[in-house]
Design a protein around this ligand. Structure first.
Ligand SMILES: Nc1ncnc2c1ncn2[C@@H]1O[C@H](COP(=O)(O)OP(=O)(O)OP(=O)(O)O)[C@@H](O)[C@H]1O
Ligand SMILES: [Mg+2]
Length: 321
């Protein structure tokens, strides 16, 4: 996944692959700019080309190659089978239509509801995501809602057709903790009832620990580690993951014990040679400056993966496969 810009070609996502089973929650974590949003926008065919370009790869859903769909075929899938809670609510909401018009449009189109029915359904959805006086507020325009309220409207829209896959890009970042808990609970109950698979993009490792089955860690547009949540927290293998875990606040630690990862993520136009993480890595060795670490898969159920030369030589508990 590339962007062709005036300064050159930005390779925003490279060599990233993952799968998702019904009812599963996959977390995606990584610093700002690591490619989390672009990866998922590409999955949904939502990267404008140009400046974007999907230079290779494949997205399979239910036996279909999504990269080959035309606009009409996308209409059958986007919003209905695969829905997204966008990081920026205004990407999803039309400023010129009331919330009601937007919500009922989706369910009339995809679920074949009549206008009255769709309207009642929409009010229920708004109540579910915690919007007070939903019957009245539904006639407002997006700009009449606060940021957090708009986010909830978007969440209501994303879950309105009970999609098979819900991509949630920082869904609760703008919300206070009680609402956040309520939304997470809502997503979980939808998952239990309908077997929804969820891709959960977040900076909050606490939320990852409590909601995700597996986690993919991204750095500079690449997958550097993937494991079950338990494995990742108990035995992180990639130095970047170790850094992320050490820099996350925990209830049993004082602020002084937090260790931020030194340095900044690299400029994607000018990636360091070898491993892109090497300038910030506390375990760096000579070979890391020359060799791009391959993604190694360790046997297990599910298999875990990591891309680090150091771990290749010292790893225990699994055979490189
Ligand atoms: N339209 C675009 N043109 C050029 N570069 C882009 C464009 N959209 C995204 N990028 C670049 O792609 C990279 C990945 O961006 P992305 O939004 O996926 O990051 P992210 O991991 O979601 O970050 P955040 O945590 O801040 O949301 C960034 O370096 C970004 O600058
Ligand atoms: Mg993002």
């Amino acid at each position: 996944m590339e962007f062709h810009t005036d300064s050159g070609v930005v390779r925003a996502v490279n060599r990233v692959s993952f799968d998702l089973s019904p009812g599963e929650t996959l977390g995606i974590v990584g610093e700002s700019g690591s490619g989390k949003s672009v990866t998922n926008l590409a999955v949904l065919g939502l990267i404008a080309q140009p400046p974007g370009k999907i230079a290779g790869g494949s997205v399979q859903y239910d036996g279909q190659e999504l990269l080959e769909l035309d606009q009409r075929q996308w209409q059958q899938i986007r919003g209905k089978k695969i829905a997204m809670i966008f990081q920026d609510p205004m990407t999803a909401l039309n400023p010129f239509l009331t919330v009601e018009e937007q919500l009922i449009e989706v369910t009339m189109l995809h679920l074949g509801l009549g206008r009255t029915e769709a309207s009642q359904h929409a009010v229920q959805l708004l109540q579910k995501v915690g919007i007070p006086a939903a019957e009245k507020r539904i006639r407002d325009y997006p700009h009449q809602f606060s940021g957090g309220m708009r986010q909830r409207v978007m969440i209501a829209m994303a879950i309105s057709c009970q999609p098979d896959i819900l991509i949630a890009d920082e869904p609760t970042t703008a919300l206070d903790v009680t609402i956040q808990a309520q939304i997470l609970e809502l997503m979980k109950s939808m998952q239990e009832e309908f077997g929804t698979a969820i891709i959960f993009i977040t900076h909050d490792l606490g939320v990852v620990a409590s909601t995700c089955d597996r986690v993919m860690v991204m750095y500079a547009g690449q997958k550097v580690e993937q494991a079950t949540t338990r494995e990742l927290f108990n035995q992180p293998r990639h130095p970047y993951t170790i850094g992320l875990l050490n820099s996350a606040p925990r209830w049993d630690q004082s602020d002084e014990q937090l260790q931020a990862i030194d340095g900044q993520p690299p400029d994607l136009l000018n990636l360091p040679a070898g491993c892109s993480f090497h300038p910030r890595c506390q375990f760096v060795q000579d070979e890391c400056l020359q060799e791009i670490p391959p993604l190694v898969t360790l046997n297990g159920d599910p298999p875990r993966q990591h891309a680090c030369l150091r771990d290749l030589s010292t790893c225990k508990g699994g055979e490189p496969g």
